[in-house]
Design a protein around this ligand. Structure first.
Ligand SMILES: Cc1cc2nc3c(=O)[nH]c(=O)nc-3n(C[C@H](O)[C@H](O)[C@H](O)COP(=O)(O)O)c2cc1C
Length: 377
């Protein structure tokens, strides 16, 4: 078997690929690389957008904060409208993920994350909020938030954590979390049917890690899943800054490269086995896992799950605890059944699986500006 057959007949490791990159790129195609490599620009923009925009009214400032919520593939699947003291949040189905999220479960969880940021920001900007899910007198799937001027001593810690919270996809330092902090995180539960189960013991984490690995192998064997994922990956800074959405390579610790090169890298190195090993290693460096479980599996429970997760992630941020998602065992239906069986959940529904721990921050993801996500009605 000739060497290059070997080279192209099976996936290669990231390290092997990077050495090829260094070898081949030097001098040959550097120009196309240079165009995509203005990292300082990306970092600066990702910071600047998290500052309060100038000359916007309070309602827009509230929505600005809502837009920094966690959301699947950073598709930002939301549209907001404002009329007097009412904010309406609607799903933007043009940004749905039909392969990894066929029933829009994660889309509604993402809307829930935005609702929780919105409520926390509104309470810190002098409003009391009343949330109504899918009121009959509104367009379908609308979440209506009524704002009532009110001076309260809202929890500013969570509010200040909104621009700081991020999904940190690096390896963590493995240090245990103090019990007092774990108890606080466990108790994050708005009045809903969502429960959080924490796992910090390695004997409990191991079987969950194996389900993450199985989910990875099944997902990454699906070309449609890979195609959809690639659509939302922003391999270069310039494409990330152009769209202000999607999964920037920077957020996963990758250098900015031209799209053609990123896709080649992806096709040669990204596969279920490699991803499974990478996630196994990352979970091993984490302090624990958090599983979000709901009684029902409907739009309301998904929004409530998002609200619980976002509040969990904001509180974790105030405790300097990072988090990242490993939802493969929930996104792959037969693995979800295994997870339900393994934890004896009965009719309860696992919704999100998160690892948490201590780590340095990674570069931040981007967001579209409020004028792109708001319509005044
Ligand atoms: C419902 C949901 C599912 C997600 N699934 C994943 C996932 O499978 N893998 C991952 O790395 N991040 C996942 N994320 C994190 C998003 O990719 C992340 O929130 C988004 O890119 C924005 O980045 P930020 O959280 O750092 O602001 C998920 C987030 C949500 C709300």
């Amino acid at each position: 078997m000739k060497n290059n057959d070997l080279l192209f007949s099976q996936p290669i490791s990231r390290k092997q690929f990077m050495s090829i990159v260094v070898l081949t790129t030097s001098g040959l195609i550097m120009p196309s690389f240079l165009t995509g490599c203005s990292s300082s620009n990306y970092i600066q923009i990702s910071q600047d957008i998290r500052n309060r925009p100038n000359n916007i009214n309070k309602q827009l400032e509230i929505i600005h904060n809502a837009s920094f919520a966690a959301n699947g593939h950073n598709t930002q699947p939301w549209k907001f409208s404002i009329s007097q003291n009412t904010i309406r949040l609607l799903p933007d189905y043009s940004r749905r993920l039909p392969v990894v999220d066929p029933d829009d479960r994660e889309l509604f969880i993402s809307l829930g994350c935005a609702v929780e940021n919105l409520i926390i920001a509104a309470e810190n900007l002098g409003y009391m909020t009343e949330v109504q899910y899918f009121p009959k007198d509104e367009p379908i799937d609308c979440i209506r938030i009524n704002l009532k001027p009110f001076t309260s001593n809202a929890d500013e810690h969570l509010y200040k954590a909104i621009p700081v919270r991020q999904s940190t996809r690096s390896e963590y330092d493995g240090n245990p979390i103090p019990n007092a902090d774990l108890r606080q995180l466990e108790k994050i539960k708005p009045k809903s049917d969502v429960y959080i189960q924490l796992f910090t013991d390695s004997k409990d984490i191991k079987p969950l890690t194996e389900l993450v690995m199985e989910g990875n192998i099944k997902q990454y064997d699906d070309d449609k899943f890979l195609e959809e994922l690639q659509t939302w990956i922003r391999f270069s800074d310039s494409e990330a800054i152009r769209t202000m959405d999607g999964l920037s390579g920077r957020c996963s610790g990758n250098p900015s490269v031209p799209r053609w090169f990123g896709k080649l890298f992806f096709s040669l190195t990204v596969n279920g086995k490699n991803q499974a090993k990478t996630d196994q290693k990352k979970i091993r460096t984490s302090s624990g896992l958090a599983l979000f479980i709901s009684e029902k599996d409907d739009k309301r429970s998904w929004v409530e799950t998002g609200r619980a997760f976002e509040r969990f992630a904001l509180l974790a941020t105030t405790l300097n605890i990072k988090n990242a998602h490993h939802n493969q065992p929930i996104e792959v239906p037969d693995v979800r059944n295994q997870l339900t069986g393994h934890l004896n959940l009965g009719s309860m529904k696992p919704q999100l699986l998160i690892r948490f721990g201590y780590a340095k921050p990674m570069p931040y993801s981007l967001r579209r500006p409020v004028d792109k996500i708001v319509t005044m009605s």
